[in-house]
Design a protein around this ligand. Structure first.
Ligand code: NI
Length: 324
């Protein structure tokens, strides 16, 4: 092989990887695609594909490792593991009930807390953290971040981080923008200035809208797939009431549970549980006498290489009223 062909192939591979990554990022959160003539890696802080050409005389480097993603709707290649996420709390009444349900099943979840609630109920956060759950940011007062000034935006993140750190001793690693309203610039700023990854979702039971436990359960079971990030809210009694049946049905289908950060850490890992036949349901103390599961426990298709953002930019913010 000539020296040119030695480095040209890895460069092409790296470029393809970067291009795939760019497609994902843009479908996740970027309202308008980047110009085609713009180096795809520039928007991602990755090495420019052509940089490998700087030293064609030496042995070609292997393709760059995948660019760290800033935002997720789901996490591919993690076996049958999913992340249950609960927003807008903590609720002094409902969150402890939910923690009991999760503890009974050995399930770790992620709580995207509203900062002002976190400041009011630090003991609930502490309990959740001690029991293995992830405490994440959902801003201080649940505004639509894309409408805020830079200073107001920073205050929403800083105050929430402070409340979380005061309760559990460290800052959150992930955040979820209220209403899923974000853009590539905000995502980059959150990552650059606070080290936060932006977590959206691919399963949405619209539990803030339909306050019906059976419907919440049915919708989650219809939409869930390996690697899913399930959105719901622990401030609605109907949502918490849906959880025992929902969690037991997911267990019966062989799903495993992880926090969002654990799920991200598993991405592409060979340690990920294989997507194989469901394991028998673990007996749960709160198992309902009659199961409400009506969806057949069929094998779900493998996760696609990336998912399409369900939130349509420009859509009116409609997640529901502020938590208080
Ligand atoms: Ni919310």
């Amino acid at each position: 092989m000539t020296s040119r062909s030695l480095w040209a192939a890895p460069v092409a591979v790296a470029f393809l990887l970067a291009a795939c990554q760019s497609v994902h990022t843009q479908t996740s959160s970027t309202p308008t695609p980047a110009p085609l003539d713009q180096p795809v890696s520039m928007t991602l802080g990755a090495p420019v594909a052509g940089e490998n050409a700087d030293s064609p005389a030496i042995a070609p480097k292997p393709p760059a490792t995948p660019v760290p993603r800033l935002t997720y709707n789901s996490v591919p290649n993690v076996g049958r593991t999913i992340a249950m996420t609960f927003d807008d709390g903590p609720s002094p009444k409902l969150t402890p009930q939910l923690l009991d349900m999760l503890k009974a099943r050995g399930i770790r979840a992620t709580f995207f807390v509203v900062g002002q609630n976190a400041a009011e109920y630090p003991d609930i956060l502490r309990r959740a953290a001690v029991e293995g759950h992830e405490i994440a940011s959902h801003t201080w007062s649940h505004p639509q971040l894309t409408r805020l000034s830079a200073a107001a935006f920073a205050a929403q993140i800083d105050k929430t981080n402070a409340a979380i750190k005061a309760a559990i001793g460290h800052n959150p690693a992930v955040m979820r923008p209220p209403y899923g309203a974000t853009n590539a610039n905000l995502d980059r700023r959150l990552n650059r200035e606070w080290g936060l990854k932006v977590i959206l979702w691919d399963v949405d039971p619209l539990d803030w809208k339909y306050r019906n436990a059976a419907r919440v359960q049915r919708t989650i079971l219809e939409q869930v797939k390996p690697g899913s990030i399930v959105l719901s809210h622990d401030i609605h009694a109907s949502t918490v009431a849906a959880m025992p049946g929902t969690l037991d049905a997911l267990i019966a289908r062989g799903y495993k549970f992880a926090t969002v950060s654990e799920l991200i850490a598993m991405e592409g890992s060979s340690a990920a549980a294989p997507a194989e036949a469901p394991t028998p349901a673990a007996p749960g103390p709160e198992k309902p006498a009659s199961t409400e599961v009506t969806v057949p426990a069929v094998e779900t298709p493998a996760a696609p290489p990336f998912t399409i953002e369900r939130y349509a930019p420009g859509e009116p913010a409609s997640e529901g009223s502020a938590p208080r």
